[in-house]
Write a protein that binds this ligand. Structure first.
Ligand SMILES: *[C@@H]1O[C@H](CO)[C@@H](O)[C@H](O)[C@H]1NC(C)=O
Ligand SMILES: *[C@@H]1O[C@H](CO)[C@@H](O)[C@H](O)[C@H]1NC(C)=O
Ligand SMILES: *[C@@H]1O[C@H](CO)[C@@H](O)[C@H](O)[C@H]1NC(C)=O
Ligand SMILES: *[C@@H]1O[C@H](CO)[C@@H](O)[C@H](O)[C@H]1NC(C)=O
Ligand SMILES: *[C@@H]1O[C@H](CO)[C@@H](O)[C@H](O)[C@H]1NC(C)=O
Length: 667
């Protein structure tokens, strides 16, 4: 603190009006540099968080991708992390595995391959990371545990990395262990060995995508593990690290963070942690869960992404504040830049970081987020104060000769709602190596020698609209469909994918087929039934019809449903109105997915390997069902739930097909 500051008015020898004090901060590379910067990224998956993005029509889909990935346009992300699909529920849905079965390999399922290619197309330098949340059942050999046969798990994961290269020319840079679950040292070493043996020495290992401990202590104690692990990746560290993590000498990453509703408080959270993850925790990469909120809003963790794109049917999307907060760092740095040692907290709250490319470029990012305007979902944020303040930066060392800096400004104004995001304002003159700035609360500034920042924009997308009241899908896709999943279906247990029956000359050549036949090595408590939801959560009165085909001869069962009220990690307790038919010739109507509450049951005469048309109509407190146009059951009285999605699925992990799906919202 410079007591000689011109603004300080001395009232007595010892007292001056401190509100007027400006504080001084040196930025100097001659005192030594800090850690190397590894980037800011987004996480697609964990799970199915990009599900609805892929079904956007052009030009909107490309616009969304530009806001995320295109350099010097929007978020200009430097890292894309994706889920290695494991056929199981991983928060907002399931993502398909590249190996449903031991003898199965397919590197075209899901949308993560596509997303990685779109990201690379825009930024060839983007860092790619893959991480499993769950595994197909065969990997665990019947156990809900991936480490009993670590060699099988390692070769399963490595096959995904090899497939990325072979089929999509994607070089995966990093791979993780098992998201937020136990790690196993033997497995990590075996994974390293399997990668090396497969010519993938360049692919580095992140461990363990959980807490700082026990991985830090275990790495310190085990030399071979030290060599196998490149990055210590922690989740939701609250910007802090622990002494053991620092002692490992490893790079420290916040490999999953944010997960906060993406309004302006979410933007404040993101601004605070992007700076303070380094200032407090020496973390050199921060990855947002999630990349883009492209899942039905009534699934868990609504809008916890950098932007929102959850209406492919309307084309509407929203570029939320975290996109522009990201730009404050990403547009003026590259992975490989280095933090200065002179980073820290401001005297009156907030923080600053400075990075250099070691060719003389300098980027300074400041944030002065107040507590209540920057709370993240977790962990709890201890209270602290931030007030408006004058700060003076003194550029020293290589930076002493800088005479002007570009200035980018964001301000969350919660009083007037006049929020300003990523505005390029007048460059600031640096006089004799110094410049001063008055920082208000809830502001982000970038001061930089980099001149090519841009606030990209597109015309406003179409207005928001509800899911169509009348909707049909016959699943007829000619040739190879670009995506394996049918638009707007959000699988919550099991995997539903396009299927073509090469030998069927009839009307059901192209269908949607549930393909998971064994309970996966789960990440949460997947249901014992499979289920895919679709539509508008507010739907009350609805008619759903669908052709169904059971493939399991004695034990088969399928359902269609309305007013389905849950998904995600709590899918087991989903309620709604479910119409089931079984291969043993019976039917049932239940009030829940697990079949505990039976509203009606009887004989249907249904059997496996025959196509039937099921129709379920719910209006007010009454429900009725038809089988092939004949009433199966009529006017059952039901009370709860009052609204929810439509859905279809199977009574166990079994093969079954669906065709000519149709919804008619009544009234
Ligand atoms: C990729 O990285 C290289 C080396 O840092 C850089 O010269 C180039 O501009 C980068 N390309 C993009 C598209 O960012
Ligand atoms: C800063 O980076 C740009 C490219 O982004 C480069 O042209 C320039 O030489 C670098 N150094 C300085 C001192 O600006
Ligand atoms: C910053 O400095 C200016 C000019 O000296 C002064 O008017 C202003 O009150 C100061 N602001 C704060 C928050 O101290
Ligand atoms: C600011 O916006 C929030 C959220 O939209 C709203 O609740 C609040 O009333 C607004 N405040 C003012 C002063 O307009
Ligand atoms: C394919 O179609 C043939 C002829 O209709 C039928 O016998 C067979 O069961 C179908 N296979 C599947 C998996 O649907």
């Amino acid at each position: 603190m410079n007591i000689g500051n011109q603004c300080c008015v001395f009232l007595s020898i010892f007292l001056c009006i401190s509100i007027c004090l400006g504080e001084d901060y040196d930025l100097d590379d001659k005192t030594g540099l800090g850690r190397s910067f590894d980037g800011i990224g987004g996480l697609s998956g964990g799970g199915a968080t990009s599900r609805l993005l892929v079904n956007y029509a052009e030009p909107y889909r490309s616009q969304i991708l530009d806001y995320l990935f295109k350099p010097t346009f929007g978020a200009s992300l430097q890292i894309l992390k994706v889920e290695i699909g494991g056929d199981a529920q991983t928060t907002d849905g399931t993502e398909p595995s590249h190996m449903h079965y031991e003898d199965d390999e397919n590197y075209f399922r899901g949308y993560e391959w596509w997303l990685m290619k779109e990201a690379k197309k825009r930024n060839p330098n983007i860092t790619l990371i893959g991480l499993p949340w769950a595994f197909p059942g065969w990997v665990g050999n019947g156990e809900n545990w991936p480490y009993s046969f670590p060699d099988i798990t390692a070769s399963y994961v490595v096959s995904w990395i090899l497939g990325a290269k072979q089929y999509h020319d994607l070089d995966i840079d990093y791979v993780g262990i098992w998201n937020e679950r136990s790690f196993n040292s033997k497995y990590i070493k075996l994974l390293r060995y399997t990668l090396d043996k497969s010519g993938l020495e360049r692919v580095k290992i992140i461990a363990s995508d959980n807490l700082w401990e026990p991985i830090s202590s275990v790495v310190i104690a085990d030399k071979e593990l030290q060599d196998a692990v490149e990055i210590l990746g922690v989740h939701y560290p609250g910007t802090n690290t622990v002494p053991e993590a620092l002692k490992t000498g490893k790079k420290l990453w916040s490999s999953e963070d944010y997960s906060t509703f993406n309004d302006n408080v979410g933007g404040g959270c993101w601004a605070r942690i992007l700076n303070q993850n380094y200032v407090n925790g020496k973390m050199t990469a921060t990855i947002s869960w999630n990349l883009v909120s492209s899942y039905y809003e009534d699934l868990p963790f609504e809008r916890d992404g950098l932007m929102t794109a959850k209406e492919p049917w309307s084309g509407n999307y929203v570029v939320e504040s975290p996109i522009w907060i990201t730009a404050h760092t990403t547009q003026f740095t590259e992975p490989g830049w280095t933090y200065l040692q002179t980073v820290g907290h401001f005297t009156h709250g907030g923080s600053y970081v400075a990075l250099t490319d070691e060719r003389g470029n300098l980027t300074i990012i400041t944030e002065t987020m107040t507590h209540d305007h920057s709370v993240c979902i977790r962990p709890p944020l201890p209270s602290y104060d931030v007030t408006a303040q004058n700060v003076t930066f003194h550029l020293k060392g290589t930076f002493a000769s800088i005479s002007e800096l570009q200035v980018w400004h964001s301000k969350f104004d919660f009083k007037t709602n006049k929020t300003v995001l990523f505005q390029n304002i007048k460059p600031i003159k640096v006089t004799e190596g110094s410049f001063s700035i008055e920082l208000d609360v809830d502001e982000v500034y970038t001061f930089t020698t980099v001149r090519n920042g841009q606030r990209g924009s597109y015309p406003d997308p179409p207005p928001s609209a509800p899911f169509p009241k009348s909707y049909k899908d016959d699943f007829d896709v000619s040739g190879n469909p670009y995506f394996s999943e049918a638009p707007n279906f959000a699988d919550q247990t099991g995997v539903f994918e396009y299927f073509t029956n090469q030998t069927d000359p009839g009307p059901h050549v192209s269908t949607l087929r549930q393909v998971v036949t064994q309970r996966p090595v789960t990440w949460v408590a997947d249901a014992d039934q499979t289920i895919s939801v679709i539509g508008d959560y507010q739907w009350q009165d609805l008619m759903v019809s669908c052709d169904i085909y059971m493939e399991s001869v004695h034990t088969g069962g399928v359902f269609i449903a309305v007013r389905v009220n849950k998904g995600g990690g709590v899918v087991r307790s989903t309620r709604g109105v479910f119409l089931w038919v079984y291969a043993d010739g019976t039917y049932k109507v239940t009030n829940d997915l697990n079949g505990m509450t039976v509203l009606a049951e009887g004989m249907s005469g249904t059997r496996a390997r025959v196509w039937y048309t099921l129709t379920l109509t719910v209006k007010g407190n009454y429900a009725s069902a038809d089988l092939d146009g004949y009433p199966l059951w009529k006017n059952a009285v039901l009370w709860e739930p009052r609204h929810g999605w439509a859905a279809m699925g199977t009574s166990s992990f079994e093969l079954a097909q669906f065709d000519n799906f149709a919804i008619e919202a009544l009234a």
